[in-house]
Design a protein around this ligand. Structure first.
Ligand code: NAD
Length: 496
């Protein structure tokens, strides 16, 4: 496989990509589309084809759900220690293959290779976290009911469905399926059509380390067919969707019709509130680092930067200099700081918002166009900084690219009002040395997550989720998430 002369592929990655086509994986084996239909998956950094994935139709997705439901009773019946042992073997195997999976992910999603490896480690840590928690769950809880013997009994649901986006394909699979598997459910994963490779690799690896057939299934294909079939399937016991609010609404409608419990993890338009007592340079570095991380394709990013008027000019100056210096390049080039966006459509979307924003009066302080990288025809964009009124479309809608919107404020209440003037509610941050003010503002911002003097901090055990247009259904990554994957039966016996 030829990507470019300065990009070296691991032999295992070459071998994986050199197969004629990469089928879905269901019931412990390759699960090709009967029609033979495939979708090309492209390296966003070079525009070259990496492989073909199979484009399943609705009946094939339905069959995968049946296979997952068939595998459920035996998986659920395993004592928790035995199930844990198998899942920990999977965690170990993924960790051992980190370089391979990381490179596949970097190529498929256009993610800087070191960051992709970090995502793989995050998967491993998440799986180990939920396996550990599941060993603490007591399935029976005695209830204190006078004159009765009463208890609740927790058990897994069955086949759980997951639909994922393209920005953090492998990490999000870990966040999604780990609690479900640890609780004893089987899973059907529908990855995004642009980034299905790491999911297929995972499912194959799972079989190699002894995960029973049908416990982890991957169905590839288009959202409107394979994704819609999964969310419309009446035999799935739970649905978890991560992606855009528009598709999330459709998935929510289908699940509502079928009375299937659903989790929706959706988009965001987060803010960072920067007070005038901060280290201005360090804060500018942190926020520029956050908005250029994975080319700004991060749902919880701070995209509206609200800066106290006393430090606004100084802050703007640092940000402009920092953004000019970002080294844009192919994700496998170790010198690259920022890679491409995932596909040409996404690049057009980002450039379109830059145009619309300026047409509505925003000033472009730096960047604002396509970027070129020598030797590569990828979807590269210059990181950009807009400034102006928050009524602007570019300040109100999710752009999902390396674009931040700068504006100034003079008082705390005004800043909180600006943060909360949005349909979204995923994640915000406040930056100040004043602890009381930081705590007050953090608790006043309407969202699932607030950070203080940091942005994008994730730790297993800290719940992560959104409100309003950013999501519903309880979020991910915490003890509560594990409990979502058990259903509860109460049992009551009158005494005497
Ligand atoms: P998307 O909604 O276009 O696609 C997500 C998934 O849904 C893909 O697998 C796609 O194939 C599938 N899909 C598309 N149409 C479907 C349909 N009709 N029925 C069922 N499934 C369908 O989102 P995207 O462009 O892949 O991802 C970007 C979005 O994801 C952004 O809005 C981002 O903020 C959000 N996101 C949120 C989180 C979070 O945790 N809150 C995390 C990552 C990304």
């Amino acid at each position: 496989m030829s990507i470019a002369s300065n990009v070296q592929l691991l032999p295992e990655v070459e071998a994986f990509l050199n197969r004629n086509s990469l089928a879905s994986y269901v019931g412990g084996k390759a699960f090709p589309a009967a029609s033979g239909a495939t979708i090309a998956t492209i390296d966003p950094g070079s525009g070259n084809k990496l492989a073909e994935i199979h484009d399943l139709d609705a009946s094939e997705v339905d069959r995968a759900v049946d296979i997952a439901n068939d595998a459920f009773p035996a998986w659920a019946a395993l004592p928790v220690d035995q199930r844990s042992k198998i899942l920990l073997q999977l965690a170990d195997a993924v960790e051992k293959h980190k370089a391979i999976i990381g490179q596949i992910e970097a190529l498929d999603a256009g993610k800087i290779e070191a960051q992709a490896q970090g995502d793989v480690q995050n998967f491993v840590d998440t799986l180990r976290y939920f396996v550990g928690l599941s060993q603490q769950v007591n399935p029976r809880t005695k209830l204190d009911v006078p004159g009765h013997d009463a208890w609740t009994y927790k058990q897994p649901w069955g086949a759980c469905a997951f639909i994922f986006p393209w920005n953090f394909p492998f990490l999000l699979i870990g966040w999604g399926i780990s609690p479900a598997l640890a609780a004893g459910n089987t899973v059907v994963i529908k990855p995004a059509e642009d980034t299905s490779l790491s999911a297929i690799y995972l499912a194959e690896l799972a079989t190699q380390v002894g995960v029973p057939d049908g416990v982890i299934n991957v169905v590839t294909g288009r959202g409107a067919t394979a994704g819609a079939a999964l969310s419309n399937n009446k035999k799935i016991k739970r649905m978890s969707f991560t992606g855009s609010p528009e598709v999330g609404q459709m998935v929510g409608e289908s699940c509502g019709r079928n009375l299937v419990p659903v989790k929706l993890e959706l988009g965001g338009k987060g803010a960072a509130v920067v007070f005038d007592d901060v280290d201005v340079k360090a804060t500018a570095e942190a926020l520029v680092g956050a908005i250029t991380f994975h080319a700004g394709q991060v749902c919880c990013d701070a995209t509206r930067w609200l800066i106290h008027e006393n430090i606004y000019d100084e802050f703007e100056g640092y940000c402009v200099d920092l953004m000019k210096d970002i080294r844009i390049g192919h994700p496998l080039d170790p010198n690259s700081q920022m890679g491409p966006v995932v596909n040409p459509k996404q690049r057009e979307r980002v450039l379109g918002y830059l145009e619309k924003g300026q047409a509505q009066g925003a000033k472009c302080l730096v960047g604002g166009g396509a970027a070129t990288v020598d030797g590569f025809q990828g979807n590269y964009i210059q990181p950009a900084l807009l400034s102006g009124s928050l009524d602007n479309t570019a300040a109100r809608e999710e752009i999902f690219g390396p674009v931040a919107y700068l504006t100034k404020f003079s008082g705390e209440a005004e800043a909180i009002g600006m943060v909360n003037d949005t349909e979204y509610g995923l994640a915000n941050s406040v930056w100040t040395k004043d602890k009381d003010r930081a705590n007050r503002v953090a608790e006043s911002m309407t969202a699932g997550n607030s950070w203080i003097n940091a942005h994008n901090v994730f730790a297993q055990g800290v719940p992560y989720g959104g409100v309003n247009k950013s999501g519903m259904g309880g979020g991910v990554l915490s003890v509560e998430t594990l409990m979502d994957y058990y259903r509860s039966t109460s049992v009551v016996r009158p005494l005497g």
